[in-house]
Design a protein around this ligand. Structure first.
Ligand SMILES: [Zn+2]
Length: 141
């Protein structure tokens, strides 16, 4: 026996643990956030974790991927504009670092004043995660 096509319209009933709203969702309503696979409560918008990312903390399962099929693709023109904005910001505010991130784009500008140069990083479709100091110390122990 084999499955020809999964029924993605199958409804699953869930009760929000924040507001108590009982609602039905399908596989199409499910997405990932920093903590795991979630569904958003249609009443209070609380993100309900259906499946937490694997522990221990490991790449790439524990990371959020900025570049999945639901990501906004940032075009080259916009990236160019952000790089210029970063350089301008550093020079005008005497700051050594500037960064921005949205959609599938990450841009970081570092002013290396000792070298009289700018180090510019552009990343697309990248992975990111934030962990507590406690988790970080456990990770390297
Ligand atoms: Zn709710």
């Amino acid at each position: 026996m084999r499955i020809i096509e999964e029924n993605k319209t199958k409804e699953i009933i869930h009760t929000c643990n924040k507001c108590g709203c009982k609602f039905a969702y399908t596989e199409d309503d499910v997405y990932n956030n920093m903590y795991g696979t979630v569904v958003s409560c249609p009443s209070c918008q609380e993100e309900i974790i259906l499946k937490e990312f694997n522990r221990p903390f490991q790449f790439p399962d524990s990371y959020f991927y900025f570049g999945g099929k639901d990501s906004k693709i940032i075009d080259n023109e916009t990236i160019e504009r952000e790089v210029k904005k970063g350089i301008k910001y550093c020079l005008e505010h005497n700051e050594y670092q500037w960064f921005t991130a949205y959609g599938n784009m990450f841009v970081e500008v570092n002013w290396l004043t000792g070298d009289e140069s700018f180090d510019i990083t552009v990343a697309q479709n990248y992975y990111n995660q934030t962990i507590s100091e406690e988790e970080a110390k456990e990770l390297i122990s």
